[in-house]
Design a protein around this ligand. Structure first.
Ligand SMILES: [Zn+2]
Length: 345
């Protein structure tokens, strides 16, 4: 297992599971079923693991929302890169019959997923000024709940653009966790040494080290959100604040577009509504202080990225926008994101 997984066009599973390969598209795995694998050229395989509700735990029935629609060739680091073009490739999606939490099931095994994120790239520099403005607005809200805001940790910080924003807002200590080495290489020297190349896990930071922990468009990507919350909670001082911003599976656009919604995507292991966000944070030892809908600041070019249209047409539209001032014009767009601010109990 030590040399596995690797990526070079092929992902190889250990031989013992490869022998029992099964097409993933027909998989109906549940918590207790055998781990399905997808065959590629009769030899190389991908392995998948069943998931369980991150709020209710194992053994709770779930209803299928959408069957999986990807092939083995779709699994590349590019698909797991930050803010790539959404392309409607997704796992089988289910909804917990007890609490309503939406999740992918089964998903790529954790080692493969970690590897894909480590190899992923950070290619949204053009949008970082707008993201700084959007995320900065939400960071500023924390001071309403605690005026002792000095140290901050961001999970999945990319090239650290938000850490620079936190410094500008007066935080004296900023740290980041980011699995992509390429993203960290792109970081400004001001914050680069403050970024740990890893995924958030227990023991990465001292207990109670931070006044604030932030997650932007990360919480719906992690395979075990309850474990990430526990690690974040440990890193926070008692009364410390957590700020989380991610997609809302019950947004208007999500209801209208259903399976065509850009959030129904293979990058997302879980998708939250305001109700399931509140529940998972309360279950994780947090007191929810504020929740709401997010209006992001985006360029017209980026919004065009998200609109469903044929690839050729989209390529032409993006090409002409990138050459025009219109493409750089920014607009506030309620794209179906939600935010939550909670304190460590
Ligand atoms: Zn549940």
């Amino acid at each position: 297992m030590d040399s596995w997984p690797r990526y070079g066009g092929l992902l190889l599973s250990p031989p013992e599971t490869g022998a029992a390969a099964e097409r993933v598209a027909t998989s109906t795995a549940t918590e207790n079923s055998a781990v399905p694998t997808a065959e590629r050229n009769g030899a190389a395989t991908l392995s998948f693991q069943a998931t369980q509700c991150a709020i209710c735990g194992p053994g709770i029935p779930a209803k299928e929302l959408y069957p999986a629609n990807f092939g083995v060739d779709d699994i590349t680091p590019a698909r797991f890169s930050a803010r790539r073009l959404p392309d409607r490739v997704h796992y089988r999606m289910v909804r917990c019959s007890s609490c309503g939490l939406v999740r992918s099931d089964p998903v790529l095994d954790e080692a493969t997923l970690a590897h894909l994120y480590a190899e992923s790239t950070f290619d949204y520099e053009a949008e970082t000024a707008n993201l700084k403005a959007t995320y900065g607005r939400y960071l500023a809200k924390l001071r309403a709940f605690s005026n002792h805001q000095d140290s901050l940790l961001e999970i999945g910080c990319g090239d650290g653009f938000f850490l620079e924003q936190a410094l500008a807002q007066g935080y004296s200590t900023v740290r980041g966790v980011e699995p992509s080495e390429a993203a960290i290489r792109d970081a400004s020297p001001v914050v680069r040494d403050q970024i740990v190349c890893d995924v958030m896990r227990p023991g990465l930071f001292a207990d109670g080290e931070f006044d604030a922990v932030c997650l932007f468009q990360v919480f719906d990507h992690v395979p075990h959100p309850e474990a990430v919350l526990a690690a974040c909670r440990a890193a926070l001082r008692p009364g410390g604040l957590i700020l989380c911003l991610n997609h809302n599976v019950e947004s208007v656009s999500s209801h209208i577009m259903k399976e065509r919604s850009p959030i129904i995507d293979i990058e997302h292991t879980y998708l939250y509504s305001p109700a399931t966000m509140r529940r998972i944070f309360e279950a994780g030892g947090f007191r929810v202080l504020k929740q709401g809908h997010v209006s992001n600041t985006y360029s017209v070019g980026y919004v065009t990225h998200l609109v469903p249209m044929p690839a050729r047409l989209k390529g032409m539209a993006l090409g002409s926008l990138s050459r025009s001032r219109l493409g750089r014009l920014t607009v506030p767009v309620p794209l179906g994101n939600l935010f939550l601010i909670a304190s460590r109990t």
